[in-house]
Design a protein around this ligand. Structure first.
Ligand code: SF4
Length: 691
């Protein structure tokens, strides 16, 4: 095989979208699935098949824009750097904020965090992954001492005998994932899905728990209560591998099934059946998705599901365990390399003196010069342009004007900035409001690594030439760093950045030091942690199942933590009598900035809709296809009615890929993870007679 060049080039790469990171070949504008990547093994979804269309889209940006005017690169970067200098000179380092994304490669996420802390010396850096899986990450860190989405290879799902999926709709968000569930069911395994809607995923299930929005925590407590009462607690496992069971046993004793039924709407018999399926399975899994996680009590909700998994003795086995089904393409890697307000590379805490010392040495700066933790994503966005808040924002790989909760408020904050710089390859809603727009390369036009939902580090090769005029985010960061006097510290080629990331991560929880581009290519991915040497000085093999022998807590045991249910931050009332919940559809990804520009996807799913139950539709005098207006305490949005018995009569659903749904959502934050309450708020619905 030819020696890999500095920038790995070749057709074998991975999908630009979700955390499954399906393997694909891209050649001559054509996409074919790869068979060698276990996550998809020859399958792709509609989004993946059509991903190449955006490479040659006429909507592609190839010239920087300064206040809407095309300008040369030097003029755009000079302007941005001069404004950054002026604002920091007047207001201090924190006057400039940085916002990243869970779709950025590991190299970009790493360099972005370093750019914020070293070139800008700002504490104000966070990313949209805070909106994605931060509560699952916080709960996993609390229980296991480590957060790695699925702490096992995805193919382990096919070896399980039962799976409980709480708040995940993988049949639409990442369809090839269903193959693993199907493999489990083909062996006689059973699937239980908890969701307020009878989604395409719930239709596949042996049992659907149609939970009231905002009550997943109560459901988990009820399941745990039944599991203990009916003798499914694995006392030997609990004694050998965990702490805290007695406190949890005491706390869930109050969550008897009839009480939980009144709160969740899930019949007692169904809860008992779910527990029987999980408790009698030789190997079972508990998985959570955004439906359970995106709540102002998201960390406690996931903790309750982890308590259930631990009580059943699941984590740390083969073909069993707890996992979070991460959403964004690099949702996992994006949270490990320091673009998060409270973290440094290697998944280290920024307030840990030893971590600061290690990373500062790699960066060649004094640990005392590294800023401390800054604001979390929503708090950062909500502080923009306010007294004491940042005056400027540099934004990479995100579209918060559509994707942030209470998005109308955030759009007003963005408009109040002295400087908004957006790096993107299309004019997203956020880019359209920017002072400076920097046109970037896309996934297939650049190389880098992604860490998929299994914690498997993957290599994206450069499979296509970028259009003249576009630059990679690494080149953009270097261009800005040069103008701020730090150019020599910011390499622009991905391999050099990755090698620096490896050094910065060494010894941390997410240790990448033994991972090289060559190894990833040869092994089709390497699981972290992977220190630079393994037993006896041999290359470390990587860690597909990090919890087999012990958990990475000080005593090696997993921790059960008592948690209590509490109502949603905003409950229904006379004025706002229905629950609004949001989610994704098959044809679109995230804010839709990419997929709304791909013709087959917009044909498949052209517009925002409001799904409502026939009973509610009849009460409102609404028929299929009518325009309806949904209002919350924060705003209103209009969509086309989809009348369907698959949703609860007390709930309406809107997809969040268009401007609309997030004008309504509630930015109430989880106290631990700072996750907003995307998944439930109180709303009013009416026929829209004025069009
Ligand atoms: Fe695979 Fe996700 Fe891409 Fe679909 S969007 S092809 S499931 S990585």
């Amino acid at each position: 095989a030819p020696v890999m060049s500095q920038v790995p080039v070749g057709s074998a790469t991975h999908c630009p979208y979700c955390a499954l990171q399906c393997g694909m070949h891209v050649a001559g504008g054509e996409i074919t699935p790869r068979e060698d990547v276990p996550a998809n093994a020859g399958a792709l979804c509609q989004k993946g098949w059509t991903a190449a269309e955006l490479l040659s889209s006429p909507e592609r940006l190839t010239t920087p824009l300064l206040h809407g005017r095309p300008v040369p690169w030097d003029e755009a970067l000079d302007y941005a750097a001069a404004r950054i200098r002026a604002l920091q000179a007047e207001h201090g380092p924190d006057a400039v904020a940085v916002f990243g994304g869970g779709g950025l490669t590991n190299e970009k996420a790493y360099l972005l965090g370093k750019f914020a802390r070293v070139a800008l010396r700002t504490s104000q850096v966070d990313y949209n992954g805070r909106f994605c899986m931060s509560s699952a990450a916080a709960a996993a860190n609390r229980a296991f001492g480590m957060d790695r989405g699925l702490p096992f290879p995805i193919t382990d799902i096919g070896r399980a005998d039962a799976v409980l999926l709480a708040g995940g709709n993988v049949a639409e968000t990442m369809p090839p994932f269903v193959r693993h569930l199907s493999a489990m069911r083909a062996r006689g395994g059973r699937l239980v899905v908890a969701d307020p809607r009878l989604t395409p995923t719930a239709r596949l299930a042996d049992l659907h728990l149609q939970v009231t929005p905002g009550t997943d925590l109560a459901l988990a407590l009820g399941l745990l209560h039944i599991a203990i009462a009916e003798g499914h607690a694995d006392l030997g496992y609990l004694a050998a591998r965990t702490t805290g069971f007695e406190q949890v046993r005491t706390s869930v004793s109050a969550w008897w099934p009839e009480r939980v039924e009144r709160i969740t709407g899930v019949p007692v018999a169904q809860m008992r059946e779910a527990v029987r399926i999980l408790g009698e399975a030789p190997r079972a899994m508990v998985l959570t998705g955004r439906g359970a996680e995106q709540h102002a009590k998201g960390t406690d909700t996931v903790t309750a599901f982890i308590n259930l998994a631990l009580t059943l003795g699941l984590p740390g086995g083969e073909g069993s365990g707890y996992g979070c089904v991460t959403g964004q393409g690099n949702g996992q890697g994006g949270r490990e390399h320091g673009q998060k307000a409270d973290q440094l590379p290697g998944y280290r805490r920024i307030d840990d003196p030893a971590a600061r010392e290690h990373v500062a040495a790699v960066w060649g700066v004094d640990p005392g010069d590294l800023p401390g933790p800054g604001r979390s994503a929503y708090e950062l966005l909500d502080a923009l342009g306010t007294p004491g808040g940042p005056r400027a924002l540099l934004l990479f790989g995100s579209n918060p004007a559509v994707s942030a909760p209470d998005a109308g408020r955030i759009a007003r904050r963005l408009a109040g900035l002295d400087l908004l710089v957006v790096s993107d390859f299309v004019l997203s809603e956020t880019a359209a409001a920017a002072d400076v727009v920097l046109p970037t390369t896309q996934w297939a036009e650049e190389a880098g690594t992604m860490t998929n939902l299994e914690g498997r580090v993957l290599l994206r090769r450069q499979a296509a030439a970028p259009p003249p005029g576009a630059r990679s985010d690494l080149e953009i960061l270097r261009g800005l760093a040069e103008r701020l006097g730090w150019g020599d510290r910011f390499p622009a080629d991905p391999r050099t950045v990755f090698d620096e990331l490896r050094a910065a991560s060494a010894g941390g929880l997410a240790d990448y030091s033994g991972i090289t581009y060559e190894r990833i290519a040869a092994e089709t991915g390497v699981f972290w942690p992977c220190p630079d040497t393994g037993p006896g000085g041999a290359p470390h093999p990587g860690t597909p199942r990090p919890f087999l022998d012990r958990f990475p807590t000080p005593d090696g045991r997993a921790r059960l933590v008592p948690v209590e249910h509490r109502p949603a931050a905003e409950d229904v009332d006379e004025e706002f009598p229905v629950y609004l919940t949001t989610g994704r559809v098959l044809a679109h990804y995230q804010s839709g900035a990419q997929t709304r520009r791909i013709r087959p996807l917009t044909e498949a799913s052209p517009e925002v809709f409001v799904e409502l139950h026939p009973d509610l539709a009849e009460r409102l005098g609404v028929g299929p296809g009518d325009l309806v207006r949904v209002r919350s305490r924060r705003g209103s949005a209009v969509g086309t009615a989809r009348v369907s018995a698959s949703i609860r009569p007390d709930t309406v659903f809107m997809p969040f890929h268009w401007e609309g749904a997030n004008l309504l959502t509630n930015p109430a934050l989880d106290p631990t993870s700072r996750m907003p309450e995307f998944k439930v708020c109180a709303a009013a619905v009416e026929r829209c007679d004025d069009g």
